[in-house]
Write a protein that binds this ligand. Structure first.
Ligand SMILES: O=C1O[C@H](COP(=O)(O)O)[C@@H](O)[C@H](O)[C@H]1O
Length: 241
């Protein structure tokens, strides 16, 4: 595990954008394509905007295949949709072909949507090795990542897949890649900035293992590499840097 800590969010975003294009260029050089699972929520929007502006000519974007680590159970036009956020910040500015984008089909019931997404992923990887070149992740202030929320059944999955998750407090469903699928990736990168994340960062990285309370502790690549991209505010509660 590699911890990268920067002075502010702009430096974090630049470092992760560099990492994104480096991993992407290596994947394209070795196998002709780059598969990435995007994160959602609020943090990655600025990363996608940066990639679309300053890195537009740094990667062969036609060879990048975009998936989503998780999705809200809302229409693709809804303001909470991770797909809509990525569409506006990344896909439209870079004119990414829809053939390269794999959104979750949220017109289906959550369980069917999850099943269909799992099948699409299996088909993409030819059922051989379900291994994304890069999985981007964020961290919620309750230590969730993707939509692996505290005390949800998906935390006990042992085989790679996609699941629906019901959030009792909000009474909504989300669809998420499970930890075994994420952990198959070649590279995993957490993007976490802001003081609001400092306690969660400490729990996930330094507290005793408790996957029910701190689901992001489940993320440990099997053969790949994991890097955290933090600003000093998010890293403020870490004892060891
Ligand atoms: O990995 C992820 O993390 C977030 C938490 O992100 P935030 O920046 O909104 O706090 C999560 O909710 C998101 O959907 C996911 O992909």
């Amino acid at each position: 595990m590699k911890l990268n800590i920067f002075n502010n969010d702009n430096e974090v975003l630049t470092a992760l954008a560099e990492h994104f294009v480096n991993v992407g260029n290596e994947a394209i050089a070795s196998k002709g394509k780059f598969s990435v699972a995007l994160s959602g929520g609020s943090s990655p929007k600025k990363l996608y905007e940066l990639l679309a502006s300053s890195y537009a000519d740094k990667l062969d974007w036609g060879k990048v295949y975009f998936f989503f680590g998780d999705e809200r159970n809302v229409p693709q036009t809804h303001p909470d949709s991770n797909y809509l956020m990525a569409k506006k910040a990344l896909f439209e500015p870079l004119e990414i072909s829809t053939l390269n984008i794999f959104p979750v089909d949220t017109s289906l019931e959550p369980k069917e949507a999850a099943q269909k997404y799992e099948e699409e992923i299996e088909e993409f990887f030819d059922e051989v090795e379900l291994s994304f070149d890069l999985v981007l992740l964020g961290l919620g202030d309750n230590s969730h990542t993707a939509s692996l929320f505290p005390f949800t059944p998906v935390l006990h999955d042992r085989t790679p897949g996609v699941k629906e998750v019901f959030l009792q407090d909000q009474q909504v469903f989300r669809i998420t890649m499970n930890a075994p699928l994420i952990n198959e990736a070649q590279h995993i990168a957490f993007l976490v900035y802001g003081a609001g994340k400092a306690i969660a960062v400490h729990h996930v990285l330094e507290d005793d293992e408790d996957i029910e309370e701190y689901p992001a502790q489940l993320i440990e690549p099997i053969v790949g590499e994991i890097e955290w991209f933090l600003d000093t505010a998010a890293a403020a509660n870490l004892k060891e840097e």
